[in-house]
Design a protein around this ligand. Structure first.
Ligand code: PGA
Length: 255
């Protein structure tokens, strides 16, 4: 896509992170209610249900251009890893993208930067689009250490990854204090960190990769605040949790 000046424009992306919500019955019924409202829109839409709902969601989305993602995966190909899901299992179901390093995975399930880097590498190797999450806690923000923290998360997640692969990733900036709390970052705060991420990518890979890579904002995105956020120059869309479980998600995609 190009704009009036013939410059390359990044596409808009809205991703629905359902987290641990929706049985497969509920998932199928919900997709049927929002399907027409979100299909064929300018934005690229990813529905990211729990693993066990993927097949049902895929089926309910047949005939649309809506993509299906997964919320996590393991970095080994196969073997004795009880309870884990491999990249091949996801691609076999037609999964397009995978969320990696969500703060809930980092904080509740103790995933560290090294593991997240291994997962990003494996996803890329298997042709999945990593949706890499980063974001600071309220303590880190109040200590004035946001840029230090975000730069370290990005550097570590992209360690050993080529520019050619890096540009395929989607980065989601999700301040932990804004997730599920109803406290949305101001557009200035969100834009500032998304720009900082783009600058870090430029430092690591050069300006072309930095211009082309997609950066989303996540954290209490709702129909009534998304437009302002999505208009920020360095925000290419949103990763939506709570509001993606409601019909309101259609309005967010349309914004
Ligand atoms: P939220 O979640 O929209 O419910 O704040 C966003 C996320 O965690 O991806």
């Amino acid at each position: 896509m190009t704009d009036d000046q013939g410059e390359m424009m990044r596409r808009r992306i809205v991703a629905a992170n359902w987290k641990m919500n929706m049985t497969s019955d509920e998932a199928g019924a919900f997709i049927n209610t929002i399907r027409e409202g979100i299909n064929g829109k300018e934005a690229e839409v990813h529905i990211i249900p729990p693993f066990v709902d993927i097949a049902v969601v895929k089926d309910a989305l047949k005939g649309t251009d809506i993509l299906v993602g997964a919320q996590n995966m393991y970095y080994e190909d196969k073997g004795a890893f009880t309870g884990e899901i491999s990249a091949d299992m996801l691609t076999c179901l037609g999964v397009h993208s995978v969320v990696i390093g969500h703060s809930e995975r980092r904080n509740i399930f103790s995933e560290d930067d090294e593991m997240i880097n291994l997962k990003v590498k494996k996803a890329l190797e298997k042709g999945l689009v990593p949706i890499l999450c980063c974001g600071e806690s309220l303590d880190t923000r109040e200590a004035g250490k946001v840029s230090e923290w975000i730069n370290a998360q990005i550097e570590s997640a992209f360690s050993g990854i080529s520019a050619q692969d890096a540009v395929k990733c989607i980065i989601a900036y999700e301040p932990i204090w804004a997730i599920g709390t109803g406290k949305v970052a101001t557009t200035d705060q969100a834009q500032e960190v998304c720009l900082l991420i783009r600058e870090k990518i430029k430092e690591l890979y050069g300006s072309e990769t930095a211009e082309d890579i997609h950066i989303l904002y996540g954290g209490s995105v709702k129909a009534d605040n998304c437009k302002e956020l999505f208009e920020c120059p360095d925000i290419d869309g949103g990763l939506v949790g709570g509001a993606s479980l409601k019909p309101e998600f259609v309005d967010i995609v349309n914004a």
